[in-house]
Ligand binder design. Structure first.
Ligand SMILES: O=C(O)CCC(=O)C(=O)O
Length: 270
């Protein structure tokens, strides 16, 4: 269990990330790996061309397309385990909500380079990105299933805008490309069993290499307007909820979804 949740929260607040080394036991990781590999094999078969040509991640791992109900329940129980909830609640004490999962692996094409970004840049223009950084909070919890080179992060950028070097690289302007090195980057190598927690909106990149396969769990603060990003199929159904030891993380998302649908009906009466 975590020793000092307040310290984790302080580290996250000032740096935008923290790592807990060897947080998970070998048994926990090997059981999770088994489930995730089932998903990964089925997903690769179904997306063969995309996988071979350009993919470096998949998502919706908890959905019904590739995993059987018992494997999904196993995964839901890992995501909302006591260990995970302790970390999530150290950062988002009030009703944290589940958003999604992603699986990161090496691209097949060795020429494909790891690239700097903020997650919010795919949904917002520059002004919107600045607002997202100032106002909202999406947290990634990365669980590496094998030892990996890890992530490179720019500490502090969960709260501040890019400096000129960072901006030019991330936006690919003034002759820069997003795979160029940044002098402010900090490399965080990870081993199976470690947990890396980082802000989705800080400047970051995954480091390709070794046999990486990392499960990222995304959670959000219900103050932020993220519920539309959640795919219904990635949430447990009623029968599964009964088999999840502590389903609060998913229940919070379901409540937000219901509230958002009710709100939509009120705003758009027939
Ligand atoms: O590991 C990667 O390739 C990128 C990871 C990433 O961008 C993320 O987790 O948001």
């Amino acid at each position: 269990m975590i020793e000092d949740p307040k310290q984790l929260s302080r580290d996250y607040d000032s740096q935008g990330y923290f790592v807990i080394r060897q947080y998970f036991t070998e048994d926990e990781i090997s059981s999770l790996r088994q489930t995730i590999l089932k998903f990964h094999q089925a997903w690769k078969k179904d997306h063969q061309v995309f996988y071979e040509e350009e993919a470096f991640n998949s998502s919706l791992i908890t959905g019904s397309e590739y995993l059987a109900p018992e494997d999904r329940v196993k995964l839901f129980n890992f995501i909302s385990s006591t260990k995970m909830m302790a970390v999530v609640e150290s950062l988002i004490p009030n009703s944290p909500a589940f958003m999604n999962t992603q699986l990161f692996f090496n691209p097949v094409n060795p020429q494909q380079k790891d690239f700097w970004h903020r997650d919010c840049q795919y949904d917002h223009n520059l002004e919107g990105q600045q607002k997202a950084i100032a106002e909202t909070q999406v947290v990634h919890l990365r669980v590496p299933l094998f030892d990996e080179l890890g992530m490179e992060l720019v500490p502090g950028t969960h709260k501040r805008w890019d400096n000129a070097e960072e901006f030019n690289v991330r936006q690919e302007v003034k002759g820069k490309v997003s795979s160029d090195d940044l002098s402010t980057g900090e490399k965080i190598p990870l081993a199976a069993g470690d947990l890396l927690v980082f802000s989705a909106d800080m400047i970051h990149r995954g480091l390709y290499g070794l046999d990486r396969l990392a499960l990222d769990i995304l959670v959000f603060d219900p103050q932020g307007d993220f519920v539309d990003y959640v795919d219904d199929d990635c949430l447990p159904d009623m029968a599964m909820l009964d088999k999840i030891h502590d389903p609060r993380l998913f229940v919070h998302t379901m409540q937000l979804k219901t509230f958002s649908k009710d709100q939509h009906c009120l705003d758009n009466p027939k």
